[in-house]
Design a protein around this ligand. Sequence first.
Ligand SMILES: [Zn+2]
Length: 346
Amino acid sequence: MYYNRGRLKKHKKDKTKRMNLMIEELFRNIFRCEVPLPNNPLRALNSYVIKGEDENLIIDTGFNCKESQEAFIKNLIELQVDIPKSKVVITHLHSDHSGLAHLVFKRGGQIYMSRGDGAATKGLMKEDNWIAMKKQLEAFGQRVEGGFFDKHPGRLYAPNEDFDYTPIEEGETISIGDYKLEIIAVPGHTPHMINLYEPQHKIYFSGDHILNPITPNIGFWGFQYPVILNQYIHSLKKISSLDINLTLPSHRNVIRDHRGRIDELIAHHEIRLQEVENILREAERSMTVVEVAEGMSWKIPFDSWASFPPPQKSFALGEAMSHLEFLVYKNRATLKKEKGLLLFSV
Ligand SMILES: [Zn+2]
């Protein structure tokens, strides 16, 4: 169901319809469409649709699973949006955003992604990706046995058929109806993530770059993407300088004060960096990434590190590593490699 300002009153009387509310018009012809993400703490994706005269823009898709696919298609039917008459921008490689790329492609939609995240999304279908990830986790001190990645969302819910996409990068624009959207590169959450900014109406689609109230995961993508946490903070500051009235993120709540939220996110990482530095200082010895992650506080409902399911372990280890790498970059910690293990100390 969706409402616009005219229909809202009518729906308020009908509790059932309000509970099923999946589409909401946030600005003229700009719709937030909820796509459920089953068995995932993010709960749902905010996929956005901008309706134009002859052409529409869709931002992000949902997991490649039955529940996401049904909702994604149902939302488009409800909005009378035809996939062949739509441009589909996928902000980044994560499967809650890219999962239905193959479906959109098969149905004649035109997909736009950054070249880097587009290639990485296709890479999720290849075994090489998972062999490389296993090697990386082992360098962190994590034992990776058979089945470790079986429940990883990048394995379970990524596109499972090939698709074509048009590479898009910062400086390019997409015009739909009254809106002229600029592509902005915001490396950090992924190495080649893109966002969209509409300067005339001061609307910004933040993907997973800026979320509220949850905090975007900043992982580790290999030393070929150096100091990714620093890149992320740089990307936050870049957005802070923009004139924005309405920030539309890919999960949870819209943001009215983007600068306030950016300040909170930067403060969050400063606290996290201090926490990691304290763990190294108190240990008075070299530590693996796993040992550091075990000592960090995590807002997830598991009692101990040992009880974290493997996907949560991978995300947590990526986060620990990105903070450790940043401390080394700032000369607050040192890194040495020993027998294939990364070891950190202060
Ligand atoms: Zn993401």
